[in-house]
Design a protein around this ligand. Structure first.
Ligand code: BGC
Length: 391
């Protein structure tokens, strides 16, 4: 319960700091080379220092993660350096190098490209700095631990939502479906897509689901940088090439909210049909929750990133105090949310397992959004029924 209250208090702090972000010049998604996009260490207090490297402020969730992590570690007495690298891998490398030069004791990194941090990870290793791969796996053995949600399950929840909503086991069909996946540089993207495909493939094989474009290969349906505009443009192309004659699209399986936003825009502007296709998503971004209310998106897989930050803090504390970290962290921490210790799912490029703490994602629709998001204190609901991050 204490942890839940802390998470909710952090939600409030984060909302305030997001407002503050809009008014400062150094929080616009680019950091200077001193890692000073949001640096607060209150001078040298002798406290241990934690470097937090987030990918970008242009995708909504990372603003939440950065703020939660920063506040968590600060309130626990650590100094912090927080950087956003504008989705630019070279910049993230130099941001992390600056943190190492600054003498951080721990790195928490959500990688832009899980394969591209090798050199800087080796530098962290040589400097004896432990690294927590945050949300996205870093494919290098110097990543000591991985904290994320069960990424494969995110995809299965999206796939199962389609199966249930269309009642695929009983309905005659066939139904037309298209796919939009995430960024190939993000190790998570393949897991999300695979989870969804594994649920839907039997229906594709039996002919109940028909991929009119024929595009089911991950690389073909992927979206560089998870970019909304890129997702919109590919959807427009698919609509122009395969649906301009009035063919109905029943489902557009999108791996996350930023891509779902682009697909929903394409459906609004370029779709000849009159039905509203099922569109899936992930994250519970504000614009997508609005689309849920407006009937332009069907579901989102919500991941309580405040809890992801709680796990990261407790893991970071244990590492920094030299404890031997394993499954016992979960019982010792007394979290009031589910988290599994996993040593069989995530492997670096060298084939070694990265011990992982995996939280549990949840389906949100208009039916349960108040219960899941408002009653829990993460969002408030305005008179028109739209949700906004709690302030
Ligand atoms: C995260 C998703 C997010 C995506 C784009 C992934 O690594 O797990 O929650 O939607 O990146 O930001």
């Amino acid at each position: 319960m204490k942890k839940r209250i802390l998470a909710l208090a952090l939600a409030a702090v984060m909302a305030l700091s997001l407002v503050a972000c809009g008014n400062t010049s150094n929080n616009n998604g680019s950091t200077n080379n001193n890692g000073a996009s949001d640096t607060d260490d209150g001078g040298s207090t002798g406290a241990q220092k934690v470097g937090i490297a987030m990918p970008t402020q242009s995708l909504e969730r990372w603003n939440r993660d950065g703020s939660y992590l920063d506040e968590q570690f600060k309130s626990a007495g650590y100094e912090t350096i927080l950087t956003y690298s504008d989705n630019d891998t070279n910049r993230q490398v130099s941001d992390i190098q600056n943190m190492i030069a600054d003498g951080v004791d721990l790195l928490v990194i959500a990688a832009i490209d899980g394969e591209a941090l090798n050199t800087v990870m080796n530098e962290a290793g040589e400097a004896g700095i432990p690294v927590i791969a945050y949300d996205r796996l870093i494919m290098n053995d110097n990543a000591s631990y991985y904290v994320s949600f069960d990424n494969y399950t995110v995809g299965t929840l999206q796939g199962q939502y389609v199966v249930d909503t269309l009642d695929l086991d009983n309905a005659a069909g066939p139904f037309n479906i298209e796919f939009t996946a995430g960024d190939p540089a993000d190790n998570n993207a393949g897991y999300f897509f695979q989870g969804a495909i594994d649920v839907l493939q039997p229906y594709i094989d039996s002919g109940k689901l028909n991929v009119v474009s024929g595009q089911t290969d991950f690389d073909t349906v992927a979206t560089a940088a998870w970019d909304t505009q890129t997702a919109m443009e590919r959807a427009q192309n698919v609509l122009a090439s395969y649906y301009a004659d009035g063919t109905q699209v029943d489902v557009w399986l999108c791996s996350n909210d930023s891509t779902a936003l682009g697909v929903a825009q394409a459906i609004e502007s370029d779709y000849a049909g009159s039905n509203q296709p099922i569109i899936t998503g992930q994250d519970g971004d504000e614009a997508n929750l609005k689309n849920l209310v407006d009937g332009k998106q069907s579901m989102t897989v919500y991941k309580a990133v405040a809890n992801e930050a709680v796990v990261t803090l407790d893991l970071g504390k244990a590492i920094l105090s030299g404890e031997d970290v394993n499954e016992s962290l979960i019982t010792a921490s007394g979290w009031d949310f589910e988290c599994a210790y996993d040593t069989t799912s995530y492997f670096t490029s060298d084939g070694n397992n990265c011990p992982s703490f995996l939280l549990v994602p949840d389906v949100v629709t208009t039916e349960n959004m108040v219960e899941k998001l408002v009653d829990t204190g993460y969002y408030t609901q305005d008179a028109d029924g739209y949700l906004h991050p709690a302030a």
